[in-house]
Design a protein around this ligand. Structure first.
Ligand code: BJ8
Length: 425
């Protein structure tokens, strides 16, 4: 951290000793995984800075916004519509869910066979090491998988400001009506929290800001189609992760700057790995900061990741929100339409997702798919089996892995991933 933020963390109620230990592990991990990469685009310096200040300067900015009367909303899922939050001059941030913390304490509240992502959210809260959750004026939980929705029943007694959003299980007419009703209820809750009445002009502006952020990521993704790949999968994943934390306008500018640089690299046929390096499409559960284990193994085993079919990736950013409406009602319809296309495995049936994996495999000229499932994640692990079968039926090499946030299976994963890369070479 470039400044001393200790009094800020203390005011937020963080456990400074535990937080110091966390930052130390994070810093070391970042050094070994990110800074050790070769030929990174210069523009990644911005993301290195963001990461070095993710619990420092960014939190200070959020607290400054709060002091100026604006609100901070924390979320665990890409179904929480950022457009509505921005329309009320509030800020949406993703909450920490990418590393194990205080696991023993967590397992006193949640079953051991809960996925790492949910356990991580609880661990960061119980261990008092997440400045985002402590800064949030509202924490939004969503009824998606069983693990999440039941865990919110526990979380509600641990935080003063949990708001639970209901979501459907089916992409039916009734399902869409539920999303619409819930987004209208959320809009009202945000208006009440912020004291801002969301009119059409505000909503349009909110849509524009968030769409621009998505367009920048689309541009970055498009450049990853090149061979040699101009950016590593690890760095592209980092941009997709920072999407959830950074100021949206600054983020959009920074991603576009990297894209300018990557376009020049492509013109000169320069890449981060040699031309012809096996290309992997990652598909499955979201990877929140600092969950870099599997991408790190892949990219140190002779392959490059060219796309992420994930909520921290294309599933989360693929679609833009319609902005042609002129009334709040019309714009809200556009928002509902946009989010109702997200093909999370909590939906049944969920045929669109397979179509998107196939589309991305071809579009990014991948050589194989690695399906990443978090242990105990019923929706994605169950869906991985028919996905694998369908892909193999089309002669698309597929490797299905199941893991958690621990480092215990590193050796075993590396062996399997290396063998898979050998096979697709
Ligand atoms: S829209 S993927 S962000 S719910 S890994 S907690 S599914 S048991 S994160 Fe998700 Fe929203 Fe869907 Fe995306 Fe449950 Fe699975 Fe754990 Fe998961």
């Amino acid at each position: 951290m470039s400044e001393d933020y200790r009094s800020m963390w203390e005011t937020l109620g963080l456990d400074l000793v535990a937080h110091d230990a966390l930052l130390q592990v994070l810093g070391k991990g970042y050094q070994d995984i990110y800074l050790a990469q070769k030929d990174r685009p210069e523009g990644m310096g911005y993301f290195d800075f963001v990461m070095s200040e993710v619990h420092g300067l960014r939190i200070k900015e959020l607290l400054d916004e709060k002091a100026a009367g604006r609100k901070v909303i924390g979320s665990f899922c890409v179904f929480v519509p950022e457009e509505i939050v921005r329309a009320a001059d509030a800020t949406l941030v993703g909450l920490c869910t990418g590393a194990d913390f205080a696991t023993e304490e967590v397992e006193k509240l949640l079953p051991r066979n809960t996925c790492s992502l949910i356990k991580s959210a609880f661990g960061f809260k119980l261990g008092k090491v997440c400045p985002y959750i402590e800064s949030a004026d509202m924490i939004v939980g969503e009824n998606t998988c069983d693990g999440k929705k039941k865990s919110y029943e526990v979380l509600k007694d641990m935080v003063p400001n949990l708001y639970v959003m209901d979501l459907p299980q089916m992409k039916s007419v009734e399902g869409r009506a539920l999303v619409k009703a819930e987004y209208l209820r959320f809009k009202e809750a945000i208006e009440k929290l912020t004291g801002v009445t969301i009119d059409a002009a505000r909503l349009k502006k909110g849509i524009e800001i968030v769409n621009n952020k998505r367009k920048a990521i689309h541009r970055l993704s498009g450049l990853r189609k090149a061979d040699p790949a101009p950016i590593s999968g690890l760095d592209a994943l980092l941009a997709n992760q920072v999407f959830f934390y950074d100021d949206p306008v600054r983020f959009t500018d920074s991603v576009n700057k990297i894209c300018d640089e990557l376009e020049k690299r492509i013109e000169k046929s320069e890449g981060v790995f040699p031309k012809g390096t096996p290309r992997i499409l990652l598909s499955g559960c979201p990877m929140a900061v600092p969950n870099w284990k599997v991408p790190w193994i892949i990219e140190t085993s002779g392959a490059v990741i060219v796309g992420e079919e994930s909520c921290v990736g294309e599933r989360g950013t693929r679609n833009l929100t319609g902005d042609t409406g002129s009334t709040v009602e019309e714009l809200m319809e556009g928002i509902v339409d946009r989010y109702f296309q997200v093909d999370c495995a909590i939906f049944t049936p969920n045929p669109d997702r397979l179509g998107h994996v196939e589309e991305m495999f071809r579009g990014y000229k991948a050589d194989g798919v690695i399906h990443y499932g978090l242990q105990f994640c019923q929706p994605y692990i169950t869906e991985s089996m028919p996905v694998e079968k369908a892909l193999e039926g089309e002669n698309i090499p597929t490797l299905r892995i199941e893991t958690d946030y621990s480092m215990e299976d590193m050796g075993q994963l590396k062996t399997r991933i290396e063998a898979f890369i050998e096979q697709i070479k």
